[in-house]
Design a binder for this molecule. Structure first.
Ligand code: PAN
Ligand code: ZN
Length: 191
């Protein structure tokens, strides 16, 4: 079956989506470098939404392209900007991101520990190569909205990033963006 669909930014949805996931601050506690500051925000503001995504997931024959829309809200935990959990694809599969609204970046890390990042803003296409872990960070004051597409057999591995983090933290210091070494990151084989 062929089809086309429209991204409606004002309604923030992709027609025909099969999956809508809302990720709350409490579930991200261990991902931030200062988890105790997560508790402070939870006390003050409750369990706020950090990001959500709408996805069209394909099942069945052949390798399809899953695609969707992510909305990452602005905010910080201490100096660290709001971000997605981040993951590796289980199969070495690339991904395309297209920035639609807001200011941010994609932090990427290869399996041998190299870190690179690319800006993500309106009309920018970012290529995430196969074998690179990726996390999106909202470095602006408004929401960051982006489109993504990846092979339907890619699979998602969240465990490595959850356990070790990325080698770099994305911080705001004196009003400016800074990538700092992650003191808790332990270089290990495979990441
Ligand atoms: C994206 C991400 C989405 C949410 O669709 O899954 O932005 O981020 P996390 O998956 O890290 O929570 C993607 O990269 N898919 O492969
Ligand atoms: Zn991905």
């Amino acid at each position: 079956m062929t089809f086309s669909t429209k991204i409606d930014i004002s309604k923030l949805l992709i027609e025909n989506y099969t999956n809508h996931r809302v990720v709350k601050l409490s579930s991200l506690k261990e991902y931030f470098s200062e988890p105790e500051k997560v508790d402070e925000i939870l006390k003050e503001r409750g369990d706020i939404t950090v990001y959500e995504y709408y996805e069209k997931i394909f099942e069945g024959e052949g390798v399809n392209l899953n695609f969707g829309l992510t909305i990452l809200y602005p905010g910080k935990v201490g100096k660290e900007y709001f971000m997605t959990r981040g993951h590796f694809h289980e199969k070495k599969a690339a991904e395309i991101y297209v920035g639609l609204e807001g200011q941010g970046l994609i932090l990427m890390q290869s399996e041998d520990g190299r870190v690179e990042w690319q800006p993500l803003d309106q009309n920018r296409v970012v290529y995430v190569p196969p074998g690179w872990g990726h996390r999106t960070v909202n470095t602006g004051k408004e929401r960051l909205v982006f489109f993504f597409a990846y092979p339907s057999d890619a699979g998602h591995d969240y465990e490595i990033v959850r356990a070790k983090g990325f080698a770099k933290l994305v911080l705001e210091e004196s009003g400016r963006l800074r990538l700092a070494d992650n003191p808790k990151y332990v270089r290990a084989r495979g990441f």
